[in-house]
Design a protein around this ligand. Structure first.
Ligand SMILES: Nc1ncnc2c1ncn2[C@@H]1O[C@H](COP(=O)(O)OP(=O)(O)OP(=O)(O)O)[C@@H](O)[C@H]1O
Ligand SMILES: [Mg+2]
Length: 273
C-alpha cells in the first residue's frame, strides 16, 4: 500500500514538475513572441554590420588574400548560414566577426560598437558578454574539465555560477557522464559539444558557430542544430552558422555564399512551414 502511495506521489510530483516545465516553455515562447512583436513594430534592428572587410595573411610570395572587401548586415534574431568551398575564407570571417582576429582593412560593428577599435582588454570583455563562438577546432582549455570549460567565459566575467543552467546545458548536450573529464579524454564529437555548451551557457546576443556538426553523426548533429535554433528563436539570439551541409544551410533565414574571399551570394531562404 505504502509503496503504491509513494509511487503515486512520485508520479504526481513528476507531473507537477513536467507541468511547471511546460508552463515555463510556454512563457518563454510567449516572451519571445512579444519581443518579436515589439521588434517588428519598431522595424528591423541591425545587430551586426560588416563593412568592407579584407584580410591578408603573410607577405610577398606567401601572401594570401583570405577576405576581399566583404560587406553585409545581420538583423537581431536572424539566422544566417555561411557556405562556401574549403579555403574560401569562412573561418577567417567568423573569427573577425567574433573579435578573435583583426581585419587588415574594414570595420565590424556589433550593436553599434566598432569592435576592432577597442583595445585588447575591452574587446575581451565585449566578447565574453556579447558573443558566443563555437570554433571549428573546439579551442577548449586542456587543463579544465567539461563543466569548467563550459562555465569559463561566464566565471571570467565575474558572474556567479548558475548550477541549474549548467546542469541543463550539459544534459541537453548528452555530456552528463563526462562532466569531470578533460578534453583529451573526450572524442572529437564530445569536444565539439563542450564547445557548443560554452557558447550556449552564457546566453550571448550573437552566436557564431563554425561547422558545429562537422564531427557529429547525423542524428546528434540534428539535435545540436535543434538546440542552436531553439536558442535563436526563444531568446531572439542572432545565429551565424558556417556549414558544408546545404540542407542545414537552407534551414536559415538567409544564406551567404563565399568564394575566394568574396561574397557571391546573399539571399533570403524561402522556408516552407
Ligand atoms: N593563419 C593563417 N596564415 C596564413 N594563411 C591562412 C591562415 N589562416 C587561413 N589562411 C588561408 O586563408 C584562406 C581562408 O582560410 P579559412 O580557414 O578562412 O577557410 P575556410 O573557408 O574556413 O575553409 P574550410 O572549409 O576548409 O574550413 C585559405 O587559403 C587559408 O590557407
Ligand atoms: Mg574553416
Amino acid at each position: 500500500m505504502i509503496l503504491c502511495y509513494s509511487d503515486k506521489c512520485r508520479k504526481d510530483a513528476a507531473g507537477t514538475a513536467e507541468e511547471k516545465r511546460h508552463r515555463n516553455r510556454q512563457k518563454e515562447t510567449s516572451d519571445g513572441r512579444q519581443r518579436d512583436k515589439k521588434q517588428k513594430g519598431k522595424g528591423k534592428m541591425e545587430i551586426l554590420k560588416c563593412e568592407d572587410i579584407s584580410k591578408i595573411y603573410g607577405a610577398g610570395e606567401t601572401e594570401v588574400r583570405a577576405l576581399d572587401h566583404v560587406s553585409f548586415t545581420v538583423e537581431k534574431g536572424e539566422f544566417v548560414s555561411i557556405i562556401g568551398p574549403s579555403g574560401s575564407g569562412k573561418s577567417t570571417l567568423l573569427h573577425i566577426l567574433g573579435g578573435v582576429d583583426r581585419p587588415t582593412e574594414g570595420k565590424v560593428f556589433i550593436d553599434g560598437t566598432d569592435i576592432h577599435s577597442l583595445n585588447e582588454d575591452k574587446l575581451a570583455i565585449f566578447r565574453r558578454r556579447q558573443i558566443g563562438l563555437v570554433y571549428q577546432f573546439y579551442n577548449l582549455m586542456p587543463v579544465l574539465n567539461v563543466d569548467e570549460n563550459i562555465a569559463l567565459p561566464h566565471l571570467l566575467d565575474g558572474r556567479p555560477l548558475d548550477q541549474e543552467r549548467l546542469d541543463s546545458v550539459v544534459e541537453h548536450l548528452g555530456l552528463s557522464d563526462r562532466r569531470r573529464n578533460l578534453p583529451n579524454q573526450l572524442s572529437g564529437g564530445q569536444q565539439q559539444r563542450v564547445s557548443i555548451g560554452r557558447a550556449l551557457y552564457s546566453h550571448p546576443a550573437i552566436l557564431l558557430a563554425d561547422e558545429p556538426t562537422g564531427n557529429l553523426d547525423r542524428k546528434t548533429g540534428e539535435e545540436i542544430v535543434g538546440l542552436l535554433k531553439e536558442s535563436n528563436r526563444k531568446n531572439s539570439q542572432t545565429l551565424i552558422l558556417i556549414t558544408h551541409d546545404e540542407g542545414l544551410a537552407m534551414q536559415a533565414d538567409r544564406v551567404i555564399g563565399l568564394e575566394d574571399g568574396r561574397i557571391i551570394r546573399n539571399e533570403k531562404v524561402r522556408n516552407i512551414v
